[in-house]
Ligand binder design. Structure first.
Ligand SMILES: NC(=O)c1ccc[n+]([C@@H]2O[C@H](COP(=O)([O-])OP(=O)(O)OC[C@H]3O[C@@H](n4cnc5c(N)ncnc54)[C@H](O)[C@@H]3O)[C@@H](O)[C@H]2O)c1
Ligand SMILES: [Zn+2]
Length: 383
């Protein structure tokens, strides 16, 4: 059995996303994939389920989830979509609607996403809009999807003009996490997901950040004793922020720590060669350095963040695109307000704050010369 070397089975954990009558639990366990059916039946009362996945994930895990659903009395269909963020588009949504209709999904059916954030966003958007909305359940299989994308109800697809430009808020009824599935996640994806775990600590909880520092090695080795509490706390932080600010009025914006420049890096790279978590790692270190130079955060904040991200093998220096290219990318950012941006700065490890800055102040002149020496360490990104 997988993971036996890690000894005792850690106790399952549950985190609640408090959203009034739309509240739902995030359940974390080990080897629990085969138990998801009963819980889905109990929470949705659905009689039909469509399991949406990608071939690489479905091949390994769909059978167990489907068997469990059928065991709970549901009629099931598995629908595969091609892997990769490029398929998170309206054409695939159309295919999903057709498949839902062909398999008789009605208002009382449930759509279950089994996969990373790409599958969750795509299946979630289809669930939000099919028949004006059907029940939705997330079974995230990447670290990023577990601690971030599956919680909070944001679902979206890309347009040729940009990422996540068409979407909805559609909260799942349940988020079901079986940490054992991470055993097959490629290392680089694993590390990129931990960037969002580090982010949760950096913006919200200094003690948690210290715990991640202490346990980094064990986390990368997927030691379940260390992994489960850390993933649970990262989920709880996202849940807490979302519960207080479901539709991004203010607090939820803090989750964008590292994302302003991170998105710029992804866009400049043409969404190839650099993973989202890697871009966020670079953006966070930049945010921490800027916070220090603006005298918002104490000296040493950026270094501490950088050291931890490097433990996960994450890149921390922005690729050397010309400053003008970055400034242009920042200007087209969705979150810009006229010429100024809401930029997430750090007050300290564990405390983030939104500040209003122009792109030129986010990336001051002279930045390129200062940072060029770090470029060689930027893995994966085109420079
Ligand atoms: N809705 C939100 O709030 C939110 C937040 C953050 C990111 N996102 C979205 O999430 C997506 C990124 O998600 P991601 O990082 O999970 O990437 P992903 O879904 O593209 O998955 C990454 C790769 O890992 C593979 N994979 C997934 N689980 C696996 C497993 N257990 N074993 C082996 N291989 C596995 C996938 O097939 C894929 O090739 C983007 O589309 C992004 O926009 C959404
Ligand atoms: Zn992110």
């Amino acid at each position: 059995m997988k993971g036996r070397a890690h000894g005792r089975v850690p106790r399952p954990r549950s985190v609640r996303v408090e959203l009034g009558e739309r509240s739902y639990p995030v359940r974390l366990g080990r080897g629990t994939l085969g138990e998801v059916g009963r819980e889905i039946e109990r929470r949705t009362k659905a009689s039909r389920a469509a399991l949406v996945t990608v071939p690489g994930v479905g091949r390994r895990y769909a059978a167990r989830a489907l068997r469990s659903l059928r065991g709970a009395g549901l009629r099931t269909v598995r629908i595969d979509v091609p892997d990769g963020d490029r398929t998170k588009n309206l054409e695939q949504v159309g295919h999903l609607y057709s498949a839902f209709l062909a398999h008789g999904l009605d208002r009382s059916s449930v759509v279950v996403a089994l996969g990373g954030g790409m599958v969750g966003d795509l299946a979630g958007f289809a669930a939000a809009s099919y028949l004006r909305g059907v029940s939705f359940v997330q079974i995230p299989t990447t670290v990023l999807a577990m601690v971030d994308a599956s919680i909070g109800g944001k679902v979206a697809v890309n347009l040729p003009q940009g990422k996540n430009l068409v979407g909805a808020f559609h909260q799942p009824r349940l988020v079901w996490i079986d940490v054992d599935v991470l055993q097959t996640l490629p290392r680089r994806q694993l590390a990129a997901g931990f960037a969002e775990v580090v982010k949760a600590g950096a913006l919200w909880d200094a003690d948690f950040f210290a715990r991640v520092e202490r346990d980094a090695e064990a986390l990368l080795a997927l030691d379940p004793q260390r992994l489960m509490p850390v993933l649970a706390r990262a989920c709880a932080i996202k849940a807490e922020v979302v519960s207080r600010d479901e539709r991004e009025g203010g607090l939820r914006m803090l989750l964008n720590l590292g994302h302003t420049l991170g998105h710029a890096v992804e866009a400049l790279a043409g969404y190839e060669g650099v993973l989202h978590g890697e871009a966020v790692a670079m953006g966070m270190v930049h945010a921490a350095r800027r916070s220090e130079s603006l005298e918002l955060a104490p000296r040493g904040t950026a270094e501490r963040l950088e050291t931890l991200l490097k433990c996960f093998g994450l890149p921390t220096e922005l690729p050397a695109y010309p400053r003008s290219a970055y400034l242009e990318a920042l200007r087209v950012d969705k979150k810009s307000r006229g010429s100024r941006l809401r930029y997430i700065a750090l007050r300290d490890i564990g405390r983030a704050e939104a500040v209003t800055l122009t792109p030129a102040r986010i990336l001051p002149a002279g930045w390129e010369n200062r940072k060029r020496r770090g470029v060689g360490r930027t893995r994966g990104a085109k420079v």
